[in-house]
Design a protein around this ligand. Structure first.
Ligand SMILES: [Mn+2]
Length: 229
């Protein structure tokens, strides 16, 4: 499907604004590297979490069915769960996860199952992620226990904590991350608290001793070469 087809499809959906940049003259622009369209905001329900998840899932399943590789931004990390339900529906995806926290808890805030701290535990339970192609990078900061780390260890999920990240450096860590996910379909997710709060203070759970801006850009560049979302 071409970008203009995507735009036409998006225009038929209430609330979607499609923008296609067809005449980019700078070869470095993303538009020259692929066919892109801004599909606007995904429908949500701010008054009902479970209904909101269903709406996001339905929206992204329509995109995936049309052969579109989605790139989404915004919301808290629970928003990744319905996206994974779409991209991992036919077979589990690999995952590179940049974050200060694992978001692999079973329950949060007294046992709630669908929160920003639990999305990837649910995704694992639903068979959406291949644990052997799953790597978390930058983990540190506050925690409520070791349950999430234990779950990761029990399932063979690789955690590269912030101390190891600093010791080895961007190139070495990303080389390992790319070898873990291999050539299969891979979902890349990025929590803003991966970056040190000195540079990105607008997050609910700021965690110090993270990476500076230049190293952050290094991770982004190496993921750009990965070429799949
Ligand atoms: Mn986080």
């Amino acid at each position: 499907m071409s970008a203009r087809d995507v735009a036409g499809w998006a225009a038929g959906h209430a609330g979607c604004t499609a923008i296609v940049h067809g005449d980019a003259r700078d070869a470095a622009l993303p538009d020259r590297l692929g066919e892109l369209a801004d599909l606007g905001d995904c429908p949500v329900n701010p008054a009902d979490v479970m209904d909101g998840l269903k709406r996001v899932e339905t929206y992204f399943k329509k995109l995936v069915a049309k052969g579109i590789r989605p790139l989404s931004a915004g919301g808290d990390h629970l928003c990744s769960l319905p996206v994974l339900r779409a991209v991992g529906e036919k077979q589990p995806v690999g995952m590179i996860h940049f974050d200060a926290h694992t978001d692999l808890y079973d329950g949060y805030f007294g046992g709630f199952k669908y929160t920003h701290g639990t999305p990837f535990r649910r995704a694992m339970e639903e068979g959406l992620i291949d644990p052997n192609r799953y790597v978390l990078i930058g983990i540190r900061g506050s925690a409520y226990g070791r349950e999430d780390w234990d779950f990761a260890a029990d399932h063979g999920i690789r955690i590269i904590g912030i101390d190891e990240f600093h010791r080895r450096g961007v190139e070495d860590v990303m080389t390992e991350a790319r070898s873990i996910v291999g050539d299969g379909e891979t979902y890349v997710t990025y929590d803003i608290d991966f970056v040190d709060p000195t540079f990105a203070p607008g997050t609910g759970t700021p965690s110090r001793c993270a990476i500076c801006n230049s190293r952050n850009c290094g991770c982004g560049a190496m993921n750009g070469e990965l070429g799949r979302v």
